[in-house]
Ligand binder design. Structure first.
Ligand code: GLN
Length: 483
């Protein structure tokens, strides 16, 4: 078995003990990339040379052993900037743009002794649920290459599942970490809004975007989150308060906790196999002494409509900066500025991004602002209030991560609404800014992984991670992708 197949925490222990070197770990990871990447295509760019060179240097003295990650490679979604490297956002618009600086999360990983392994594939600018919207081609699901890996952090999820990344960062606006984690049988967490700095994350919808970890297990997730979280002077939305040592919190979980189940929401287009797995998970919790409480989230049925209004509005504004003048793709010779901008944008953006810019501009325009954008924000407040009420009765809320397992390529590309509905269970926590984690909860009869999601109150990462660690142990998931 290659070292790349082990968990992050396990490897850190081995590295700190001097049983293996960072170079040995990187070499096994590289071998896995050579073997599986042609089939999976999880990376836009894998930094093979840098990785081997840097870990060789690290290995020559033992200094790395004092650091949190002790020289381990970690992959980063390609909408997070790494100094001197391309950040494409899965778009032709940024195909050749290299960043002059590191994102705060990258800086923090590095100062904790991690080495950046490469950039993972995504739906263009994070817009999608299948990684089919990448200008660089889709990523395949390592459990079944005819299926999508989910999205938009599909590359990060697929790499962790295939063992071509030990852990990865993703970004989650409406489910983009949790949904691909569910589809690929790995752990993925969206922290509370404000928990992690977005400095150096290319903005999609600024009131929703968060960076978070995708890992093989909950403990690894806590390790990565502890490294990247915390206040940052360069992101005015990052928060000053809160625990930042989640590593030790998961090692010491509460003996019992109450899980809220919003049955009223669980009617939304769920596959029978998802429902059966979810019910079995509820029973498992009860059998292991957790309390299960019925809660209601009456306004979350409007979450998808609210999200695709708010997110598109914000995207239309954020993406205005890609005009072919300051940066971004610039069209060939033109005679005037108007043509330069419109043609550059037409050539640089893909169809889904254009659709969202048009819809977003529409809902923000005079005469429609009140009817659509403002209304969507009001619904968002109601959704948030429902969560507040529900958390009076429970510590965490559980629902399936997605209403279906990973779907086939092309199955949802003709009908955008069909694609958007795959986010029904992840969007409510996004709109309310709450922390949510997806952990593997079983497999379908034909061997596709399923996930359940635990959602906590604002800044409730500790209880989310602790209950996820407890549930992970109860489930004892030992499935593995078949790449
Ligand atoms: N699938 C959702 C969308 O397309 C969420 C994407 C995300 O979280 N970045 O907007």
């Amino acid at each position: 078995m290659g070292l790349n197949e082990l968990g992050l925490c396990q490897l850190v222990d081995m590295l700190k003990a001097g049983d293996v070197s960072p170079f040995e770990v990187a070499s096994d990871l590289f071998a896995a990339v050579e073997a599986f990447e042609p089939n999976i295509r999880a990376y836009i760019e894998f930094y093979a040379e840098d990785l081997l060179e840097q870990t060789k240097q690290l290995s020559s003295n033992g200094g790395y052993r004092t650091k949190r990650f002790a020289g381990l490679p970690i992959a980063v979604k390609d909408n997070i900037v790494v100094k001197g490297k391309r950040t494409t956002c899965g778009s032709r618009m940024l195909a050749d743009w290299a960043s002059p600086y590191d994102a705060t999360v990258v800086e923090r990983l590095r100062s904790d002794g991690a080495v950046i392994a490469g950039k993972t594939n995504l739906d263009e600018f994070g817009m999608g649920s299948s990684t089919e919207n990448s200008a660089f081609g889709p990523t395949r699901n390592p459990w079944n290459t005819k299926r999508v890996p989910g999205g938009s952090s599909g590359g990060s999820a697929a790499a962790v599942a295939a063992g071509t990344a030990l852990a990865a960062l993703g970004s989650d606006t409406g489910g983009s970490i949790r949904q691909p984690a569910g589809f690929c049988g790995v752990v993925g967490m969206k922290p509370s809004y404000g928990r992690v700095s977005r400095y150096g994350l290319v903005a999609f919808a600024s009131s929703l975007d968060q960076i978070g970890p995708l890992t093989k297990n909950v403990k690894d997730c806590a390790l990565v989150l502890s490294s990247i979280c915390g206040w940052d002077a360069r992101d005015s939305t990052s928060l000053q308060n809160g625990v930042t040592d989640f590593e030790h919190a998961v090692a010491d979980p509460p003996r019992t906790f109450t899980v809220g189940v919003p049955r009223d929401l669980l009617t939304m287009g769920m596959d029978a196999v998802v429902e059966a797995n979810f019910n079995a998970t509820v029973e498992l919790l009860e059998a292991n002494g957790a309390e299960v409480a019925e809660v209601t989230l009456p306004h979350s049925r409007y979450a998808v409509a609210s999200y695709y209004t708010v997110a598109n509005a914000e995207a239309s504004s954020n993406l205005a900066r890609f005009d072919g003048v300051k940066y971004g793709h610039r069209t060939g010779a033109t005679s005037d500025l108007y043509t330069l901008v419109t043609r550059s944008r037409d050539e640089g953006f893909g169809d889904e991004v254009k659709r969202r810019i048009l819809l977003g501009t529409y809902v923000l325009s005079a005469g429609y602002y009140d009817a659509y954008y403002l209304q969507a924000e009001k619904v968002r407040s109601l959704i948030t209030t429902d969560f507040d009420t529900a958390f009076d009765r429970c510590d965490v809320i559980m629902m399936p991560t997605s209403p279906t397992p990973a779907f086939r390529f092309g199955e949802r590309t003709d009908e955008p609404l069909h694609m958007y509905l795959s986010d029904v269970f992840t969007i409510p926590a996004s709109l309310a800014g709450l922390p949510g984690i997806s952990i593997p909860s079983g497999t379908t009869g034909d061997g596709l992984p399923l996930g359940v999601q635990l959602i906590g109150p604002p800044l409730g990462e500790t209880i989310v991670l602790q209950s996820a660690a407890a549930l992970e142990q109860m489930i004892g998931f030992d499935g593995k992708a078949v790449v």
